[in-house]
Design a protein around this ligand. Structure first.
Ligand SMILES: *[C@@H]1O[C@H](CO)[C@@H](O)[C@H](O)[C@H]1NC(C)=O
Ligand SMILES: *[C@@H]1O[C@H](CO)[C@@H](O)[C@H](O)[C@H]1NC(C)=O
Length: 596
């Protein structure tokens, strides 16, 4: 992994050195693009034109003498100076541009409204979003000219609304509204032509990043967001959240029928623990059900907003609602939230020893109806597998949350590797992307009113009480193999590499007069297949295993860990949990300062 990036870096250096030696890139139709098996997830840029280096953090880094740095005020709530934004795009252009297949850009592309003396304006929000959009276009334009046609981009970019991309923040009314209309123009290069109408109606859309094979679905999480007081969840048919879930269900249904896969993305993640609930519960319920019943279609889901690096496990068996708390922002409450995840994970079913090794070695015997061997151990294993939804842990789904570019900690971005081994590119190119959308317009929405046939045991129980007022999706066909989120195949996420820029160090170098022209270079913070996380891929079962290791009270691995000072403290330390915490804060926060 690291060596691949080293090579890519060298390659980028080589071509950026002399533009004249650079071969002209071939202008090709999108469908026959060569895939690299890699994409970028970047989130929460929060550009702020009012940011001034050397100003006070207590004044949002806008005025009064203080310690704000050239590339931002790391570890604070200040927004991003344009120097950070511009250097980030330069770095992407030089190091990633030619090696990624698409970009997932999950919102909050304007500054916060956190300075009473300088309130935001709608024009400012739109202008900052336009600024970032033009940056993408200029990087990925085939001819390097800023162009407005989506087909001109060498790499699809998929944006979404953040809660700070609208005014007042968090408040997003039912569409069409002035925001969906204006962003349809600003994101003209990113929203496929045939999705514009849908986008103006609801602020959501689909982009076929690998035509005929893989779609990215951009969710408008503003309609799920608990803090959006203009809407009320996903239960009532009059709500845009209800419509959004119906649209999503139909999208996934059509993708399944076309044998395609989907990546989902949005701004606000479906966090749900004793410390935090981001989405209205009725939206979370439908989402979790959709993810479960379309588990043969969904490859993975990507979110931003929370600024901390972590993942969330949705349990399709969960219907009870944990206590809600108000939104908090302090680092300590973030640590509390991470603790609450850990405590959630500590009640995941405990794997009998050796079970994952057996499953990883490709043992088929757990798919047998009759146990090959009898005995206590065997029974225990089968019981465990029953609990987690079979050998692929299909009871669960996972949401990935990337930390932000805005330096609440250090500026950060993520590159994800996915499996392209068995892809048949010729096939994909033959399929017209219009098929999907034509099919959608044929869907009769009155069908949604009919009462559903319920498949699963649990749903049957529920049905006795009350029939849902929505159409419950069909589960995967019983003969369908497990989807790419569950077993390694085409489009399965294999690993990700988290990059960060240590701007503390760069600021020190600037202060010491060691740098004439400040540059920002991202370096590797960690990869999921490193010696700590040890994830062989990013399937749900791999996250289940990692969650279990994070939740363990103490780990036998600690004895060998050089970083664990368990000997002195006389208190066992789980080094995986420690790493998870450190990574949540992009290596910025000294985790010893956090309360246990
Ligand atoms: C990709 O999936 C195929 C199965 O379709 C598998 O054989 C191969 O090992 C996977 N590639 C990687 C890099 O994991
Ligand atoms: C960042 O740089 C500072 C100053 O050089 C250093 O003390 C700190 O350990 C670095 N942090 C990381 C995560 O690289």
């Amino acid at each position: 992994m690291q060596s691949i990036f080293l090579l890519l870096g060298l390659f980028a250096d080589a071509i950026s050195g002399s533009p004249l030696q650079q071969p002209l890139r071939e202008i090709q139709p999108e469908a026959s693009r060569k895939l690299h098996g890699r994409f970028l997830h970047i989130t929460d840029f929060h550009p702020d034109r009012l940011y001034k280096p050397g100003t006070s953090i207590d004044r949002s880094c806008h005025r009064k003498k203080g310690g704000s740095g050239y590339f931002g005020a790391e570890g604070t709530e200040c927004d991003s100076p344009l120097s950070l934004i511009d250097e980030t795009f330069r770095w992407i252009e030089e190091n990633l541009k030619d090696d990624i297949d698409f970009v997932i850009w999950t919102g909050d592309s304007a500054r916060h409204d956190n300075d009473e003396k300088l309130p935001r304006t709608a024009d400012e929000i739109l202008e900052l979003n336009t600024y970032l959009s033009q940056k993408w276009v200029s990087i990925f334009s085939q001819d390097h000219a800023v162009s407005s046609a989506a087909s001109q981009l060498s790499v699809p970019v998929i944006p979404t609304f953040g809660n700070n991309d609208i005014m007042p923040h968090n408040i997003f009314n039912e569409g069409p509204n002035k925001w969906t209309k204006r962003f349809a123009e600003i994101w003209n290069s990113f929203i496929p032509e045939d999705q514009r109408h849908t986008f103006v109606l609801g602020g959501w859309f689909t982009s076929e990043v690998v035509p005929g094979q893989l779609a990215v679905i951009s969710l408008n999480t503003m309609y799920f967001f608990d803090s959006n007081s203009a809407v009320d969840g996903c239960k009532a048919k009059s709500e845009p959240g209800y419509e959004h879930m119906e649209w999503l269900r139909v999208q996934l249904k059509i993708l399944r029928s076309r044998n395609m896969k989907a990546i989902l993305m949005g701004h606000v993640p479906p966090a749900r623990s004793s410390e935090k609930q981001n989405w209205d519960e009725t939206c979370w319920q439908k989402y979790t059900l959709w993810m479960h019943l379309y588990r043969d279609v969904v490859v993975g889901t990507f979110y931003g907003h929370m600024n901390i690096d972590h993942f969330i496990i949705q349990d399709s068996n969960k219907v009870d609602i944990d206590a809600k708390v108000d939104e908090k922002v302090s680092i300590n409450s973030k640590a509390d939230y991470l603790e609450s995840l850990r405590s959630q994970w500590s009640s995941l079913p405990t794997p009998p020893s050796g079970i994952f090794e057996e499953l990883d070695s490709g043992s088929e015997r757990y798919s047998d109806v009759a146990p090959a061997k009898k005995g206590k151990k065997e029974k225990k294993k089968r019981k465990f597998l029953d609990k987690i939804g079979g050998p692929w842990a299909e009871r669960y789904s996972v949401s990935l949350v990337s930390p932000s570019l805005v330096p609440n900690f250090f500026p950060s971005l993520r590159v994800i590797d996915y499996n392209i081994t068995d892809l048949d590119f010729a096939n994909g190119a033959d399929v017209s992307s219009h098929e999907l959308y034509d099919a959608i317009s044929e869907v009769d929405y009155t069908e949604l009113d009919t009462s559903p046939t319920l498949e699963t045991q649990k749903k049957k129980k529920k049905d006795k009480k009350k029939k849902p007022n929505f159409k419950v999706p069909e589960p995967p066909s019983p003969t369908a193999p497990p989807g790419p989120a569950y077993s390694n195949q085409a489009f399965t996420l294999l690993s990700y590499t988290q990059y960060y820029a240590n701007i503390t160090r760069i600021h020190e170098e600037i202060a010491a007069g060691e740098i004439d022209e400040p540059r920002l270079d991202f370096e590797i913070e960690y990869s999921t297949n490193d010696e700590v996380y040890q994830m062989k891929d990013l399937t749900v079962r791999s996250f289940f295993q990692l969650a279990g290791r994070i939740a363990e009270e103490e780990s036998e691995a600690d004895v060998n860990s050089p970083s664990a000072d368990w000997r002195q403290k006389k208190k066992p330390v789980n080094s995986v949990w420690q790493a998870f915490l450190r990574r949540a804060f992009v290596g910025f926060e000294n985790i010893d300062d956090l309360d246990d």
